[in-house]
Design a protein around this ligand. Structure first.
Ligand code: PLP
Length: 350
């Protein structure tokens, strides 16, 4: 494994890789370095190190392969207009990983170790952080039970790994989403793992999402498993509605992911003096809402143009002058360093 002893320092000519940033989409574009750290107990960490991006070696009896003992995170590094680079609330991703690790019986990196590892990985790949307005560097931390185990139980050793990929702005793909209400398959169940980013939460919904996409929808809107009456979230983002100028979103009571974007949007909305309620949101309220929008690291804040329940399709206003548009602009300007960050959410690392 090659160790990078110091962060890349490059002259201005090398500030960016030679890449067609205007064609940047959402697929994986491997970058230069990954970060790896082994953890074998609460305070037993190896020194993390950067190595060249590439395949890793792992035992066939690793708990991640056999028992799905794994978590992932997702956050972004943004290029500021002055060429600097910043992160958005990375400590919240660290805390969410820690909560997930407790639930799956894994030791996890402390918040400062997680954030430091993210910084080192981004700096090592800094020439892949797209120019302002062209996208961002998506950061994917993983925590996995990598030690060998045969009897069902937690791995004796875990691996904390980070890789990155530049991605385009979701907004470029289209200003809105069309959602299909999934009536048969819930995403999460009470007492389950819906509130953590367990890798096991994602492939069970591939089929429902693929079916919706085949019919031309952007994604699926899941209902709660207990009653089938309330909306929960979308496959990789949280959902909000606006009704009579009140902003509503389902509570984080164990079956939805507590999104970093969700939390930030609630805080921005309160700052802008909107009334915000975190409460059960019956599907009926969605179908009669003034606005519907989704939030997440990938989608940012994206308006929903339609929700389809069986054969009933309800359309919503999209475009300028929406509550979601106001919230989107304020969040994006903070994340990308276009305005002063009065919330104290960003961390400039370069
Ligand atoms: C199921 C699910 N809900 C919501 C979100 C949004 O969370 P965040 O805003 O932290 O990206 C994600 C993405 O991480 C997700 O996978």
């Amino acid at each position: 494994m090659m160790k990078l002893l110091r962060p890349c320092t490059r002259n201005n000519d090398e500030a960016y890789v030679n890449f067609n940033w205007d064609k940047l989409g959402f697929g994986l574009t491997p970058t230069d370095y990954i970060y790896i750290m082994k953890i074998s107990g609460k305070d037993n960490f190896s020194e993390g190190s950067l190595s060249r991006y590439g395949n890793i070696e792992i035992s066939p009896s690793a708990a991640i392969f056999n028992y799905g003992q794994g978590l992932f995170e997702g956050l972004k590094a943004y290029r500021r207009p002055d060429g600097g680079i910043q992160l958005f609330r990375p400590e919240l991703n660290a805390l969410r990983m820690k909560n997930g690790a407790d639930r799956l019986c894994m030791p996890s990196p402390p918040v400062d170790v997680f954030v430091d590892a993210v910084k080192k990985t981004v700096l090592a790949n800094q020439r892949w952080v797209p120019p302002p307005g062209k996208g961002s560097l998506y950061i994917r931390p993983l925590l996995m039970g990598s030690g060998p185990v045969l009897g069902i139980g937690p791995a004796p050793e875990c691996t904390f790994l980070i890789f990155t990929s530049p991605i385009g702005n979701w907004y470029k793909c289209g200003p809105s989403m069309s959602l299909y209400v999934e009536n048969e398959v819930p995403r999460a169940t009470p007492g389950g793992t819906g509130a953590i980013k367990s890798i096991t939460n994602y492939s069970p919904v591939f089929e429902a999402v693929n079916k919706a996409k085949a019919k031309g929808f952007t994604d699926v809107l899941f209902l709660d498993a207990a009653t089938g009456k309330n909306v929960e979230e979308v496959s990789s983002c949280n959902v909000f509605i606006v009704k009579d100028n009140v902003i509503l979103t389902p509570p984080t009571n164990g079956t939805i992911l507590p999104g970093v974007t969700r939390k930030s949007i609630i805080e921005i909305a309160l700052h802008l003096k909107y009334k915000v309620e975190e409460r059960d949101v019956p599907l009926m309220d969605v179908l009669t809402a003034d606005e519907v929008f989704c939030t997440g690291t990938a989608v940012g804040v994206t308006a929903v143009a339609s929700v389809t329940h069986y054969d009933k399709r309800v359309e919503y206003r999209t475009g300028e002058k929406l509550v979601s548009q106001k919230l989107r602009v304020m969040l994006t300007e903070i994340q990308t360093g276009v305005v002063e960050d009065k919330m104290g959410w960003t961390m400039q690392i370069h």
